[in-house]
Design a protein around this ligand. Structure first.
Ligand code: NAI
Ligand code: MG
Length: 357
């Protein structure tokens, strides 16, 4: 029996609701498969922990995660704590020391889901966005001087290192090569930002020489929003900086039907440290505790985690089960225009996993 050690961090808001649903579904996957078991350890880190202890997670928290095979993460953010405190105190405090430098976000329109794009029925939109996850605009470099005084100054410096850019662009080319269309779009803003972004363009051209079988092009991020909306079928794999891809992937999630569906993986591709898997959405205070959070994002996230753990048969089975359930409008949560509950969707997916070949 293969055993995988999972660290579960539900976090804040609907995070614990969708992670608990995801763990139930993962349990059904393991039982159905029969070849592996998940050993889950729960961590109660997040905003409630902060209110008790003044920190989002204990000192050395990220190091406690090193012995796990994967991290399954909900969301972080509370209405009464500033977002930069919660984000930097937990999510980034895990991603950065564990060097999860590749953030990977598949986007597809699942069966039964309607895209807000009038001309898109499904197959026209099938992307993977690769986000640089370790530096750039979110490197944390900068400061505030003369705080609160009339002469106050604040800076955020985007840090782009040659090794950091090479590794993410190489990862994106490899991913593009593994997909049928072998098509990569490199997104920058090198007309206005003439240092770091021009280095991205230069490095993309250098790395491209290692991948003669991959077709690639460049886009400015502003024009990219139009191309995603007007010509989604011309895109496949996309790579962009931490900030640009953060924004583009929210747009992608919306175009694919709902933020509640979209998954993401924070990968250390060399597997020197555990990777972290989370739905894209945040803690959604507006619906917390109502039992109506869409768990599909956390299920699709679980598919990515199973793939990373090498459980490809179980991953494929879970994805099929999810698609079977999204195809049925009576199992849509309110964000998709339905009135199903988290529990109903979860139970339906568990049944579909059990029934799947
Ligand atoms: P959000 O993603 O929490 O919510 C945006 C909208 O989408 C809300 O109307 C929400 O109800 C809806 N929504 C999100 N996930 C859903 C789901 N699974 N099912 C149904 N509806 C869903 O983003 P928002 O409101 O900007 O941020 C709320 C908090 O979450 C903030 O503190 C923010 O900093 C944090 N956040 C955390 C993230 C993370 O942990 N990775 C990512 C984004 C935001
Ligand atoms: Mg975001």
């Amino acid at each position: 029996m293969r055993k995988h050690k999972i660290a579960a961090i539900g976090g804040d808001g609907i995070g614990p609701e969708v992670i608990s649903a995801g763990l139930d579904v993962l349990d059904a996957c393991a039982k159905r498969d029969g070849g592996f078991a998940l050993e889950v350890t729960h961590f109660d880190w997040g905003s409630d922990y902060y209110k008790k202890h003044g920190v989002m997670m204990p000192d050395g928290g990220a190091d406690k995660l090193r012995s796990f095979d994967a991290i399954y993460f909900g969301a972080v953010g509370a209405p009464d704590i500033p977002d930069h405190v919660t984000l930097w105190g937990l999510r980034l405090a895990i991603c950065q020391p564990l060097d999860q430098y590749a953030n990977v976000r598949p986007t597809r329109i699942l069966p039964g889901i309607t895209s807000p794009l009038r001309h898109v029925t499904g197959p026209e939109l099938d992307w993977v966005i690769v986000r640089e996850n370790s530096e750039g605009e979110y490197a944390g470099v900068g400061g505030r001087v003369h705080k609160g005084l009339p002469e106050e100054v604040a800076t955020d410096v985007a840090m782009f290192t040659r090794p950091g850019v090479i590794r993410i662009i190489r990862y994106a080319f490899e991913l593009a090569r593994s997909r049928p269309r072998k098509l990569l779009t490199v997104v920058t803003k090198s007309n206005a930002q003439r240092h770091g972004m021009v280095m991205w363009d230069d490095i993309a051209a250098e790395v491209a020489r290692e991948f003669p079988d991959v077709t690639w092009d460049k886009m400015l991020v502003d024009a990219m929003t139009m191309r995603m909306t007007l010509r989604p079928q011309t895109l496949d794999t996309i790579v962009a900086t931490n900030l640009h891809a953060d924004i583009l992937s929210d747009l992608a999630a919306a175009l694919a039907g709902s933020l509640g569906i979209a998954p993401t993986a924070n990968l250390n591709p060399e597997r020197k440290t555990p990777s972290m898997f989370e739905p894209i959405h945040g803690s959604a205070f507006d619906i917390t505790g109502k039992g109506i959070a869409n768990p599909v994002g956390s299920f699709w996230t679980a598919v990515m985690m199973l793939e990373h753990l090498g459980e490809n048969a179980a991953a494929a089975r879970l994805m099929k089960a999810v698609e079977r359930v999204t195809a049925d409008p009576s199992l849509h949560t309110p964000d998709l225009g339905g009135n199903a509950t988290t529990k109903q969707v979860t139970e339906a997916v568990m049944r579909a996993v059990e029934a799947e070949n």
